[in-house]
Design a protein around this ligand. Structure first.
Ligand code: NAD
Length: 497
């Protein structure tokens, strides 16, 4: 049985905590690895290694830090398929989907390659008599990231490339479900010449997270995961005096106006609703056709496609989606489908009872489509995080907008239409952080930033891109004057220039 190691101070080390969790292959249900649930002392060792490495790394010229990022990017490109295989084996997503994740992660490394330019400050000459002022952004020190299971390579790369390029050192606590891709990425970063202790990886559960949240040497926490934990991490971390960005769950709606190209809309819903078995925080889980005619025509297109979704293990090149991540998560999704039926939604395609021949132990759920879902129903209010698409019929455009604005989550949304005025109005009025116009999954590119509104994000900063650089640095402004410019005599009034 493979034993997952921690990475502390430039070395892979076997945990001695004695507490363990199991890692499974969701396609087969087999246990494939044992993961340590690290104890406080091990987290302390990682923090100490990061703290020891930070002063020298923080003083390394930005272009030299960028050179490590360039080499890291080359190695990631070369090993993209290896990373994708590790992701698929432990997460279950298809190989191409995993490759897509790796490439979106690499884009964040590419952005970090530009760190000398991104950290360039501002200078003003002669702000007063012989006085100059400059501002620049400096690293925070040791920072930490806690990540979810659904993007084991990409989400950590939303965090540590920017954080370390800015001159911080980093502790990563990946998801317990799929630890191998972040460990392979750590190996590649070390091969790229990153000094020991700059990136440390510790595996663990709540105990490890709480230790990071409370530790006085950790200056900032980036968290991505479910909303209840995001809120908890934000509250506990800020109470301990840290800067925290905590990204949470989602319920993303796609509005389909009567003038939309319905074939395109149906294609978009299939990919965005069922890709990665719906385990994406930007998945579309609610379709909102406007008007009965639009709704009927949409259901007519979706039904046969959901019924014939190709489901298989990641090794099946034709599979459109794989299993969900754990048996517990599968049971939770099945429970939501039961609840939808109980609460009166119309089950158009039932994914319960799906099994895959030869993979009977795997955690598969068939594609599921509900019609006539209403905002009072549990399956509308809560994030299911599975291959379940709900159709909520809206009588008009205003009702669709109101419904989205009333929802507790505000991560992503999309509108499908040919009407530029409607699209512009939607982008203006919708209370959601990331909006797509005829784009179902509007995940911003790496040189913009990612973040939801409402209970999809706790904290003042979105993640990666320019907001990432701001999050991992603090501003210092220096005002200078030299003896030749100083008049003698004390000045007791407040200085005006
Ligand atoms: P999760 O909240 O269960 O776990 C996320 C991390 O928190 C893991 O590292 C886990 O070890 C840790 N954790 C779990 N319980 C904890 C506790 N009680 N105390 C402290 N730490 C704890 O999330 P998940 O199931 O791994 O991921 C799926 C969720 O993540 C979904 O809700 C999804 O929407 C969300 N997500 C959000 C985004 C986004 O950008 N907003 C991106 C990806 C995933």
């Amino acid at each position: 049985m493979q034993v997952i190691e921690n990475a502390i101070g430039g070395k892979r080390v076997v945990s001695t905590s004695g507490r363990k969790a199991s890692v499974y292959n969701p396609a087969t249900g087999e246990q494939i690895a044992e993961l340590p649930l690290s104890a406080g002392g091990e987290i302390d060792a990682a923090i100490a290694a990061a703290k020891a490495a930070q002063p020298e790394w923080g003083n390394t010229p930005p272009h030299k830090r960028a050179r490590v990022m360039f080499k890291f990017k080359e190695l990631l490109d070369r090993h993209a398929a290896d990373l994708a295989r590790e992701i698929s084996r432990e997460h279950g997503k298809t190989h191409d989907d995993a490759l897509g994740e790796v490439h979106r992660g690499i884009e964040c490394v590419e952005y970090a390659c530009g760190i000398p330019e991104l950290l360039k400050g501002a200078f003003s000459r002669n702000v007063g008599p012989a006085i100059d002022t400059y501002s620049d952004r400096q690293p925070l020190g040791v920072v930490a990231g806690i990540t979810p299971f659904n993007f084991p390579a990409m989400v950590p790369m939303w965090m540590y490339p920017a954080a370390i390029a800015c001159g911080n050192t980093f502790i990563l606590k990946p998801s317990e479900r799929d630890p191998s891709a972040p460990m392979l990425a750590w190996d590649l970063l070390m091969e790229a010449g990153c000094p020991d202790g700059v990136l440390n990886v510790v595996h663990g559960d709540k105990e490890a997270v709480d230790h990071l949240l409370d530790h006085p040497d950790i200056k900032a926490i980036s968290f991505v995961g479910s909303t209840p934990i995001a809120e908890y991490v934000y509250q506990r971390g800020t109470r301990a005096g840290k800067r925290v960005q905590a990204l949470g769950g989602a319920k993303n709606h796609m509005v389909i106006l009567p003038d939309a190209d319905l074939d395109q809309a149906a294609d978009a819903l299939m990919g965005a609703g069922f890709g990665s078995a719906g385990e994406r925080c930007m998945a579309i889980s609610v379709a909102v056709p406007v008007g009965e005619k639009t709704a009927d025509a949409l259901i007519e297109r979706l039904r046969p496609r959901v019924e014939s979704l190709k489901i298989g293990p990641s090794t099946d090149k034709d599979a459109e989606m794989g299993p969900v991540v754990t048996s517990m998560h599968r049971d939770k999704i099945l429970g939501y489908i039961d609840k939808g039926v109980e609460e009166g939604a119309e089950l158009v395609v039932d994914g319960r009872g799906f099994t895959l021949q030869g993979y009977e132990g795997g955690y598969y759920v068939g594609g599921t489509l509900f019609d006539r879902v209403t905002p009072e129903m549990t399956i509308y209010k809560e994030e299911i995080f599975g291959p379940v698409l709900s159709v909520v019929r809206a009588s008009d455009y205003s009702q669709a907008v109101q419904m989205i604005n009333d929802h507790e989550f505000g991560n992503g949304t999309a509108i499908f239409t040919r009407d530029g005025d409607a699209a512009r109005d939607f982008a203006d009025r919708i209370e959601v952080g990331m909006v797509g116009v005829n784009v179902p999954i509007p995940v911003p590119v790496a040189y913009h930033s990612f973040g939801g509104w409402k209970r999809s994000l706790f904290g003042d900063h979105s993640i990666y891109g320019p907001e990432g650089v701001h999050f991992y640095t603090r501003l210092k402004t220096v005002t200078t004057r030299w003896p030749a410019g100083i008049k003698s005599g004390a000045q007791f009034t407040f200085p005006t220039l």
